[in-house]
Design a protein around this ligand. Sequence first.
Ligand code: HH2
Length: 273
Amino acid sequence: MADVVPRLGVGVPATVPLVMGIVNVTPDSFSDGGRFLDPASAIAHGRALAAEGASILDVGGESTRPGAAPVDLEEELRRVIPVIEGLAGECRISVDTRKPEVARAAVKAGASLINDVSAELWPVAAELGVGWVAMHMQGEPATMQAEPHYDDVVVEVCRFLAERAEAAKSGGVTEIWIDPGFGFGKTIGHNLELLAHLDQVVALGWPVMVGISRKAMLGRILAESDGSSDPVPPDDRLAGSIASEVWAMHLGVGMIRAHDVRSAVQAAKVVAA
Ligand code: HH2
């Protein structure tokens, strides 16, 4: 699953965490909404991310940022399928969707991983013989940040992910990733607690991926350290993204979902070395 490269100077192989490059074919994604809405620009963006070292391109047609409105099926298909067709064969493709119909059409178009923020689509992955990412989310994107509550966020997220992964394995899915879902029905305190204890998610024994890239929690932390009450904007969150991704990789995370692929790949190589 992970690339193996020689560890410089020591001769012992080390695994380099994978980087999944984000291709948002949406008008409203939180950091790059509207930039890659037409298929040609999304395909060009995907090619650029592959050239920067992405191992997988994650193509999504529905924003799941807090407060986002759901997208209807026809529109989501119209956004993602031409882009997947255009990129398949050049890089491994995952589809970021909650809809079984979109997952099926995406696999037909060349995707081999279903990145499922609903954590419900494993039967589709089993039927089609493709990989599956189970992400934890409390509630729905439209309302999930209203009042998230956990008695113990690490225990509850771990329990949820382990149950889903076991079900998928019993159902015949052979490639399973688990993801704690930073920012999905979680306060900044919940996110930081999960980040601090990612080793417990890794200890569940399934490959772990995380998506922290440019997320709001980074904007808030950086604003506080600047003495400002305004969050640092998404395009000024690169250092914060890399810092948290390095932390995650150090604790054993095997794949990073990133907007800034070149920097994430460089960070992964250094962590592995
Ligand atoms: N985060 C986003 C979308 N999909 N998938 C996984 N597995 N993990 C994540 O953390 C994750 C995800 C949100 O980020 P982005 O795609 O940049 O924004 P938007 O949902 O606004 O399109």
